[in-house]
Design a protein around this ligand. Structure first.
Ligand code: URP
Ligand code: ZN
Ligand code: ZN
Length: 496
């Protein structure tokens, strides 16, 4: 959906800032930077070049050669990519009575930084009885002073009363919360078509981006009841009761509702070829539809939910992983530009925990297993290894779908999402030849497992730099007070 952004590091003319209007070459002093990254292959969504990156005051000040700096990072043999932006993560989100998410802002952003990310966008969901505005205030307080990456929030709209739609939502959009998610499934969250249209009307008026979780709740409830009556209660039946038509139909309906309301939309966590086809068809009709997919839909299958005993619960997420027949269809969408975003949908619960996957009633019916899997630290290495190293996608496309497009779609560009002069110095240095398996012991999230235990990966981020400060080195957080900030967002640049 996106066109290529302006050429940055790929340009022949390298750039610098901070030299003012002085045209006398004799009087111009070489700029000394706080930090210089030397010798990396610098990759952005629009091109690749070999140059130094000069950083001053947390911003990229110069792209050139022979740069001087107080700190010099030798990055020979490494690839410098825009710090990852994971625009779909769940952190400290209310999850029902007695259920607790495994990550708070400290552990969620620590894990994100260790996976090469510099910004994450979690969702602000009101607690029972809380207004959207109250929820935002409380959520910001939770983030304050605890983050290793920068953060900004999407909203979740679950109420459509006149105060929410007439006052709170417009005020919050104007205050920079320019994107929100609506659900077509989950008890307590699912909105009717009429409610979705009402929410979309606010998005249209206020220039905000609507994100949709597309699964048909009535169909799901019908299938869940049927399965339970037949005694099909194990984790695997989470997958069998959420078949592809449930997602395909809702994807088609969400697109139709957006067409009726006259708004662009983003379909999140697309899991299969048929839903992907709905998006392609909508674009062929001239509609503005953005799409996101996630690592689980190209690496996991429904069979993972059928593992021994209760182990399948580790893979319960919605939409569920499908069969491996769907993987090439999702890869084709990634390669061909159907998918603008590759996010984690990090939604971590502990496995051996009654406040997590082993919730009361979870072993009696799959419907009681908390939905979601951890993945904020493994998203980028999995895509690098399976996508770039296996030559399915270029490094430039990797930069686009892991950082640049997230920044553009959610109002962070050009401050975030690109290696260019004037942008925040948010950079991940990658060792493209480093091969090691994913292991829970090496992850920094709060969950007690990873769905990708033992998954072999080539290409790992070895250093994450947030606004010029190193926050991860060699896979571990650098111990410093948490430097992450809340980032104000503008309108999605596709709506400008
Ligand atoms: O299972 C999932 N994906 N849980 C997170 C909530 C959502 O729908 O994104
Ligand atoms: Zn969702
Ligand atoms: Zn999610």
């Amino acid at each position: 959906m996106f066109s290529q952004p302006q050429c940055t590091a790929g340009s022949k003319n390298l750039h610098r800032s901070g030299t003012g209007t002085d045209r006398s070459h004799r009087r111009r002093k070489p700029m000394t930077h706080d930090t210089v990254i030397q010798g990396a292959r610098v990759v952005t969504a629009s091109g690749t070049s070999h140059c130094d990156i000069g950083i001053a005051d947390g911003k990229i000040a110069t792209l050139g050669t022979g740069l001087a700096g107080s700190e010099v990072i030798d990055a020979a043999g490494l690839i410098a990519l825009p710090g990852g932006i994971d625009s779909h993560v769940h952190i400290s989100q209310p999850s029902g009575p007695g259920i607790e998410m495994a990550d708070d802002f400290a552990s969620g952003t620590r894990s994100a930084a260790c996976g090469g990310n510099t910004t994450v966008l979690p969702f602000c969901l009101p607690e029972e009885g809380q207004t959207l505005r109250e929820a935002v205030t409380a959520y910001r307080a939770k983030a304050q002073g605890n983050c290793l990456t920068d953060v900004s929030f999407h909203l979740i709209v679950k109420e459509t009363d006149p105060v929410t739609l007439g006052q709170d939502l417009p005020a919050l959009i104007q205050a920079g919360y320019t994107s929100f998610k609506v659900f077509m499934t989950y008890e307590g969250l699912a909105l009717s078509d009429r409610q979705i249209l009402n929410v979309m009307a606010v998005a249209k008026e206020q220039n905000a981006m609507v994100m949709v979780h597309a699964e048909n709740e009535d169909a799901l409830e019908f299938l869940r009841d049927q399965a339970e009556r037949a005694g099909e209660i194990g984790p695997y039946h989470h997958a069998t009761t959420r078949p592809i038509p449930v997602e395909r139909e809702a994807t088609h309906r969400a697109i139709s509702l957006a067409e009726i309301a006259g708004v662009p939309l983003t379909i999140v966590h697309v899991s299969n070829g048929e839903a992907t086809e709905e998006i392609v068809r909508a674009r062929q009709r001239g509609l503005t539809v953005f799409a996101e997919t996630c690592p689980q839909y190209v690496t996991l299958t429904a069979k993972d939910l059928d593992r021994d005993g209760f182990d399948g619960a580790k893979y319960v997420c919605s939409p569920p992983p499908r069969t491996s027949d769907e993987w090439p269809k999702i890869w084709a969408g990634i390669e061909q530009g159907v998918f603008d975003l590759f996010s984690s949908d990090h939604c971590p619960f502990r496995f051996n925990d009654p406040a997590g996957k082993d919730a009361p009633g979870a072993r009696k019916s799959f419907r009681n297993i908390p939905n979601g899997i951890p993945g904020v630290q493994t998203r980028l290495p999995i895509l690098f290894s399976e996508g770039v190293v296996k030559k399915r996608i270029s490094l430039e496309r990797f930069a686009a779908i892991t950082a640049t497009n997230h920044a553009r779609l959610y109002g962070l560009y050009p401050r975030k999402g690109a290696i260019m002069v004037g942008a925040d110095a948010d950079i991940a240095l990658w060792d493209p030849g480093l091969t090691k398996p994913i292991r829970q012991v090496n992850l920094h999230h709060g969950s007690d497992y990873t769905p990708w235990e033992g998954f072999e990966v080539t290409g790992w981020p070895v250093r994450t730099i947030l606004r010029g400060m190193t926050v991860m080195k060699d896979g571990n957080p650098v111990s410093k007070p948490p430097m992450g900030q809340f980032v104000e967002r503008g309108a999605p640049d596709v709506l400008l």
